[in-house]
Design a binder for this molecule. Structure first.
Ligand SMILES: [Zn+2]
Ligand SMILES: [Zn+2]
Length: 167
């Protein structure tokens, strides 16, 4: 499956893209710029040659985080989507925005000078499934499920399905 086209996009569905192999250096980057851009402890990214990256819906909004790097995101929902070193021939996409993120396993860590010291300990924390969180009622989760505005993990012909009347 990893040898075939992979699609992805933002949370709201306004921006969609597809990539095709060869995949280059699936990674996590711990640098402070990636932490900030993703609002996260590190950024999961995978590269493809520029001509293997294709926009399939909407347009990326771009923040140029340095003279040589463009970061693409959805201006409607804020999802971080792309990272491009302008001096390279590659486009990177955020692995979490792929429709099937588990299909792309990182093989290297970058920017480890910025790695948060306890980030390697997180898997050992106590864990619970979403609905085991005792602070919220079953009705609360039912409301989330029924009012979910997140784009599904596959390409859609029309989105949002109701033309946006409820947004
Ligand atoms: Zn969006
Ligand atoms: Zn980085």
């Amino acid at each position: 499956m990893a040898e075939t086209r992979m699609a992805g996009g933002c949370q709201c569905g306004a921006v969609r893209y597809a990539i095709t192999p060869p995949l280059v250096n699936p990674s996590i980057c711990h640098c402070r710029m990636c932490q900030k851009a993703f609002g996260a402890f590190y950024a999961p990214l995978v590269g493809v040659p520029l001509d293997k990256f294709e926009m399939t819906r909407g347009t990326l909004s771009i923040f140029r985080s340095s003279d040589v790097v463009e970061r693409g995101f959805c201006k409607d929902c804020g999802t971080p989507l792309t990272f491009r070193n302008l001096e390279s021939g590659e486009m990177n996409v955020s692995i979490g925005s792929l429709d099937d993120p588990k299909a792309v396993k990182p093989i290297v860590q970058y920017g480890i000078e910025g790695r948060i010291p306890w980030v390697g300990e997180l898997n050992a924390l106590p864990g619970m499934e979403t609905e085991e969180d005792s602070d919220a009622s079953p009705e609360h989760y039912a409301r989330i499920r029924l009012s979910n505005h997140q784009h599904p993990d596959h390409d859609t012909g029309v989105w949002p399905p109701d033309g946006g009347s409820s947004r």
